[in-house]
Ligand binder design. Structure first.
Ligand SMILES: Cc1ncc(COP(=O)(O)O)c(C=O)c1O
Length: 447
């Protein structure tokens, strides 16, 4: 039995109850999900997740960057309970709802760029992106869009057409929506053009202007550029500030909409409410979901009233903007503004510093990057060749799970660290002690 602070692993993993449930899951649930390890969750509180066999884990996944306020934050649970007793559903597609109105006004006030803004509510990230895609075509009357290689924008047909991070996500789903052009992102650790940041002169942006717009498509035909401020599923890639600035300039030059997909990076995760603010961008459209309502399904597509100019009946959702989710979102935002964003900025710096120290000791850590508590480490077999350490990454994630630390992969050989935004230093130290133990064991195995 392993015990450390509030963690305890008392069975083999998966434990007996988990094994039985996984067997049933395999029978009855769609197999399309990429489950990372055999964790069957019963309850969770703060940063601690308990499985059905009573094992307790430290959660550095936040349910994929969703539970920013920590699992089951008492204030969030309390407003959800209260709202559930009052009204569960009456659809924003046909009726008016005070909580939706209040939340939309709040989002208008806090999101970057000129006001007033309108919000379209959906239930998931992919719906937010789908709405942004449709809105950008509707508003501009143009039909082409640009997205980036390695990006992830969701899995419904429109959003999937923008997504380009793993081929399995697209394979056998073609033909996708026509009119999407993918271009290289500023993944400077592995520059698509083989250049070094010191003297690249942002060739990746120049290429769009000097080559793409001269050979393949006229800029006047582009409705929008979809940008993740930090690429999430693609590997937690933080581009240089100037990359975003130059892309933004390009959109202004040609009246193209700048769509900031902040489904993963938004809602305080990076140490600012909206990640685009780090780069001085005022996006024309912003999409958020995941962290907006502490685990309740909700997404928002936010745009200036002049951009969100579609007419009655053009787009709607039965469930989008559910009153319980909106209540949870209003409290989530209050908690984020009340200290969690600051905590993310502060503890994120500490976590990056500690991971960089590990990088000095462990050759396998090729790159440490992130903003706030959106942090990734890229694992390589060799720092010179940067050959990706894929198997080693997968083994590390499994090893940490066995020791009680929940982590997730992203990109091709990246591990992400995305704890709840109210994580404290002691919990970070515990996580890193487990992580280092696993790292050092895997190094020993190699010898
Ligand atoms: C940037 C981004 N956009 C969109 C999505 C899709 O969100 P959902 O899974 O809620 O549909 C994700 C999910 O990871 C994401 O990271």
């Amino acid at each position: 039995m392993r015990k450390r602070n509030h963690l305890q692993i008392t069975t083999s993993l998966p434990g007996p109850k988990a094994r039985r449930l996984i067997k049933k899951d395999n029978k009855f649930i769609s197999k399309s999900h990429a489950k990372e390890y055999p964790l069957v969750v019963k309850r969770a509180k703060g940063a601690i997740v308990e499985d059905v066999d009573g094992n307790k884990f430290l959660d550095f996944t936040s349910g994929v960057a969703v539970c920013g306020t920590g699992h089951c934050h008492p204030e969030v649970v309390s407003v959800i309970t209260k709202q559930a007793k009052e009204l569960l559903h009456m659809t924003g597609a046909d009726f008016y709802n005070p909580l939706q109105i209040q939340l939309a006004e709040k989002l208008s006030n806090i999101s970057p760029g000129p006001k007033p803004k309108r919000t379209f509510f959906g239930n998931s990230g992919t719906e937010a992106v789908e709405a942004a895609f449709k809105l950008s075509r509707y508003h501009t009357k143009r039909h082409m869009v640009i997205a980036f290689l390695n990006s992830f924008h969701g899995r419904s047909m429109g959003a999937l057409s923008l997504t380009a991070s793993k081929v399995t996500q697209r394979k056998r789903f073609h033909p996708l929506i026509p009119g999407v052009i993918h271009v290289p992102y500023a993944y400077c650790y592995r520059c698509y053009y083989g250049l070094k940041r010191e003297n690249c002169d942002l060739y990746c942006v120049k290429w769009i202007k000097e080559e793409l717009f001269k050979t393949l498509v006229a800029p006047e035909e582009i409705a929008a550029i979809f940008v993740e401020p930090i690429q999430g599923e693609g590997g937690y890639i933080v581009p240089p500030r100037e990359f975003h600035e130059e892309i933004y300039k390009l959109t202004k030059e040609y009246d193209i909409l700048y769509v900031s997909d902040e489904v993963q990076a938004g809602m305080g995760r990076t140490g600012k409410m909206f990640a685009s603010t780090h780069f001085g961008i005022k996006p024309d459209i912003i999409t958020v979901a995941k962290g907006i309502a502490s685990g309740m399904p909700l997404s928002a597509t936010i745009a200036h009233e002049k951009i969100m100019d579609w007419e009655r009946g053009t787009h709607a959702s039965t469930f989008g903007g559910n009153p319980v989710s909106c209540a949870a979102a209003l409290t989530t935002i209050k908690l984020l503004e009340g200290g969690l964003i600051d905590n993310a900025a502060r503890t994120g710096k500490y976590l990056i510093k500690r991971l960089s120290e590990l990088q000095n000791t462990y050759e396998i850590i090729g790159d440490v990057r992130g903003l706030g508590l959106m942090i990734g480490i890229e694992l390589v077999k060799n720092r010179e060749t940067k050959e990706r350490a894929v198997k080693e990454r997968d083994a590390l994630i499994q090893g940490n799970f066995k020791r009680g630390l929940l982590l997730l992969e992203c990109g091709r050989s990246v591990i992400r660290f995305i704890p709840p935004l109210n994580i404290n230093k002691e919990q970070i130290d515990t996580a890193l002690a487990i992580f280092e133990e696993t790292l050092s064991e895997s190094e020993k195995k190699k010898l």
